[in-house]
Design a binder for this molecule. Structure first.
Ligand code: 4NP
Length: 153
């Protein structure tokens, strides 16, 4: 079972959207994966998914009622096979936290998207544009699924 962790700053906007959409995608295509998400910060710990992301997940029929912000912990680097940050700060923070032996598990969300390999998912907490987040996350789902199937992090 492949284990995937999406990570952003607050774990209320981008990474829960990626978690919810990837969970739905994996059910649709019967992928053998476990999906979770976490924050690099402690700012929103315990808080539910933010309203802009709720709206997107509701439209997609994804249940977010049990999703609450949590901060990444050391054990996550061992447990998960793929740890995917939404922007460069997330990836830098993850690299700073993770023991060296797990650095190969850390990735940037859009690195699988042709032509956008080094681009961030802009933070809708600041842009207000949750539709943009949705479009960008959605475009990455099949590309990540392919990568997970290849089993090489
Ligand atoms: P996220 O967005 O990292 O996509 O969940 C944010 C949510 C909260 C804050 C920043 C970004 N905040 O400053 O509390």
């Amino acid at each position: 079972m492949t284990k995937v962790l999406f990570v952003c700053l607050g774990n209320i906007c981008r990474s829960p959207m990626a978690e919810g959409l990837m969970r739905k995608y994996s059910e649709e295509y019967q992928l053998e994966i476990v999906v979770d998400s976490a924050a690099t910060s402690r700012w929103e710990v315990g808080n539910p998914v933010y309203s802009g992301t709720q709206k997107i997940l509701r439209k997609e029929n994804v249940d977010y009622s049990q999703m609450f912000s949590r901060q990444i912990k050391l054990g996550d680097f061992e447990l998960f096979d793929w740890i995917i940050g939404m922007d460069h700060d997330n990836v830098d923070d993850l690299r700073a936290m993770a023991p060296k032996e797990y650095h190969h598990k850390i990735h940037l969300y859009q690195e699988v998207v042709p032509g956008k390999e080094d681009q961030a998912i802009p933070d809708p907490w600041y842009t207000g544009d949750f539709e943009q987040t949705y479009r960008l996350v959605k475009a990455g789902l099949p590309l990540w699924a392919e990568k997970f199937a290849s089993n090489k992090s």
